[in-house]
Write a protein that binds this ligand. Structure first.
Ligand SMILES: [Zn+2]
Length: 610
């Protein structure tokens, strides 16, 4: 017992000399003024006389330079007596502090990015929001920084919040005292990887196999409750679980969803991936209309757990927040992820092969607006600067590279393996903590599957040849053609639009009516209620129209029920005429080949799962 006192004294002595070896940050969400919030930091002990405090120039997953330091102001550093230390701001993102060995505290104010007055707004899922008493989005890299060579210390966030606020996050080490939540995080990389959204909670939790899922929704006008959106997410996660071999690769995962009112500040909407969560910035709209979009985006973000989170090169693994270096392999990180997000839906029977082919044709058409002869590896290396305007092609051509690879792998392994099996092999070979060398990946894949794949990468990913869709799809008994003339029945040459107010299709223009349109006597502003007795709803709209356009024979009786304004009255009118097919050119045509060989059919089944 008597040794206790000297030990205790000794430990006090130690702590007063060496201070603490962690970052302790404090912020109070009750004290917001002019969209600004004050951050204070009890600094870890510093031995150097000068040290640089950094805010990131860029963060993983965004592939865009944002300079988060530009949102920081009134930066001050203090010693133990509260005396100011000299600070030299080196650039937007870095502050050099003098007499740093005496430093005890830093304080600064942060402005949110979502409504900042800057030339190019941060893509919201990677930015920050400060809305007093409503909502605070902490993408932590927008608030908290790090000292040079000290990214691996523990981070402690002490966040005081309004009593009725809840912080939604994928973080697990949380203790709450009164109105203050304390998050303890292993290092800066994990801090950046873990957004937190504070607001009055609307949350749902459920389990998929062994994984606990949180769905948290903020919607100012309460248009889409978490309960409803969680159903969509549950559906796609069940499919992803099967796709990934029966279980999900994490214990806990949070879908943090912010639904915005009106128009998006940056002009974009979407999401950003993390290891244990993803953050969504989507328009406030009726859940039935949001559903398809949410499923696609959620599937994409969740699949990012595979890559880049568990398969990545050194450029991503040792991420440099100040001098970012790009990897050649965006075709993998974004392309394969996007490919999986769509492919899982056909493979697990959520959509038909025809609906899946439509997705592929859409991507082919969108890819046309990008430079097809720019090698994808080169685009990837230049995504932050020289080829920034080509980046969005990762979701189109990138995904189509994934498609070709999946089919080729199935061919080379006689249907035993596919792209998802290759990803599993690569994540076992590397993983979250082990990066591959950018230059070695193609050889590694060829070694794991077949030398044939090396030639594919050389020609179509490192090279500038257009992807060989016809040749690849033929292997799985699927026809591919371009510029095909098709016969279809339309709306008689009328231009059709969508009325946001009534949520119905309506006739925008009748200047180019053809014979069929004139016989129907279709008029401008007619709102379409039903086609051939099938009532149009937001849910079935696309299916009914496609079915009508492609399956109506020449001469068949057509009935279109519209609502029309006649003088001051709105009345239903039934338009009738015999269908007249017209010729149209379709840029792309993908369909099952009815004359495929047994072998092709077999391989197609392994690819489509149906
Ligand atoms: Zn992505």
């Amino acid at each position: 017992m008597k040794f206790l006192i000297p030990i205790a004294l000794f430990s006090i002595f130690i702590s007063s000399v060496f201070g603490q070896d962690k970052y302790s940050f404090y912020m109070d969400l009750n004290k917001i003024s002019n969209d600004l919030i004050e951050i204070t930091l009890e600094t870890p002990s510093i031995k150097e006389s000068k040290i640089i405090y950094n805010m990131p120039k860029i963060v993983p997953g965004t592939y865009q330079i944002y300079d988060f330091g530009q949102y920081v102001m009134d930066f001050q550093a203090f010693d133990a007596n509260g005396k100011s230390l000299y600070v030299n701001r080196l650039d937007d993102n870095r502050w050099e502090i003098h007499d740093a060995d005496r430093m005890k505290k830093i304080a600064y104010w942060v402005e949110d990015t979502w409504d900042a007055d800057v030339d190019e707004l941060v893509f919201e899922p990677g930015g920050t929001n400060i809305e007093e008493k409503e909502n605070v989005v902490l993408n932590n890299h927008g608030f908290f920084g790090y000292f040079d060579n000290m990214k691996n210390l523990i981070y402690e966030l002490n966040i005081t919040r309004p009593t009725d606020f809840f912080g939604s996050t994928g973080l697990t080490n949380i203790t709450t005292t009164g109105n203050t939540d304390k998050f303890t995080i292993d290092n800066y990389m994990d801090l950046v990887d873990s957004p937190i959204m504070y607001n009055q909670p609307d949350t749902v939790t459920f389990k998929i196999a062994e994984t606990s899922i949180l769905v948290s929704v903020y919607s100012k006008n309460k248009v889409a409750p978490a309960e409803v959106l969680a159903k969509d997410i549950k559906g796609i996660l069940e499919a992803q679980k099967e796709y990934l071999g029966g279980k999900l690769p994490v214990d806990k995962y949070a879908f943090i969803i912010y639904l915005y009112e009106g128009v998006s500040g940056s002009g974009g909407s979407g999401a950003l991936e993390h290891s244990y969560s993803s953050f969504y910035y989507l328009p406030e709209m009726d859940p039935t209309r949001l559903s398809g979009f949410l499923v696609d985006v959620a599937a994409h973000e969740f699949f990012h757990i595979v890559t880049p989170l568990n398969i990545h090169s050194e450029e991503i693994g040792n991420f440099d927040y100040i001098n970012p270096k790009m990897s050649k392999h965006l075709w993998l990180y974004e392309g394969v992820t996007e490919y999986f997000a769509n492919h899982v839906q056909v493979y697990q029977n959520m959509i038909t092969p025809e609906a899946y082919f439509d997705v592929l044709m859409d991507k082919m058409a969108t890819a046309e607006s990008f430079k097809d002869d720019l090698p994808f590896t080169k685009m990837s290396l230049g995504a932050l600067d020289a080829h920034q305007d080509q980046y969005m092609n990762v979701y189109n051509k990138g995904a189509l590279i994934g498609l070709c690879l999946d089919v080729l792998i199935r061919e080379q392994t006689s249907g035993k393996k596919g792209l998802k099996d290759l990803m599993l092999m690569l994540s076992e070979e590397y993983g979250k903590e082990v990066s591959f060398k950018d230059d070695e990946l193609f050889d590694k894949i060829a070694q794991l599957i077949s030398p044939e794949l090396r030639a594919f990468f050389a020609n179509y990913v490192e090279g500038s040849k257009p992807l060989p869709f016809e040749e690849v799809l033929a292997k799985v008994g699927v026809d591919f053609k371009t510029d095909v003339t098709i016969k279809e029945v339309g709306f008689g040459g009328a231009t059709i639009g969508f009325n946001m107010e009534t949520q119905r299709l309506f006739v925008m223009d009748v200047a180019d009516l053809n014979k069929f349109g004139k016989k129907l006597k279709i008029k401008i502003n007619d709102e379409i209620l039903a086609i051939n007795g099938k009532e149009l709803t937001l849910d079935n709209l696309e299916d009914v129209i496609i079915d009508y356009q492609t399956n109506t024979e020449d001469g068949e009786k057509v009935e279109i029920l519209v609502e029309r304004k006649v003088k001051d009255k709105i009345i239903p009118v039934l338009l009738k005429a015999k269908a007249i097919q017209t010729e149209a050119t379709q840029d792309y045509y993908i369909a099952i080949n009815p004359n495929a060989t047994q072998q092709q059919v077999q391989l197609r089944k392994t690819w489509l799962g149906q």
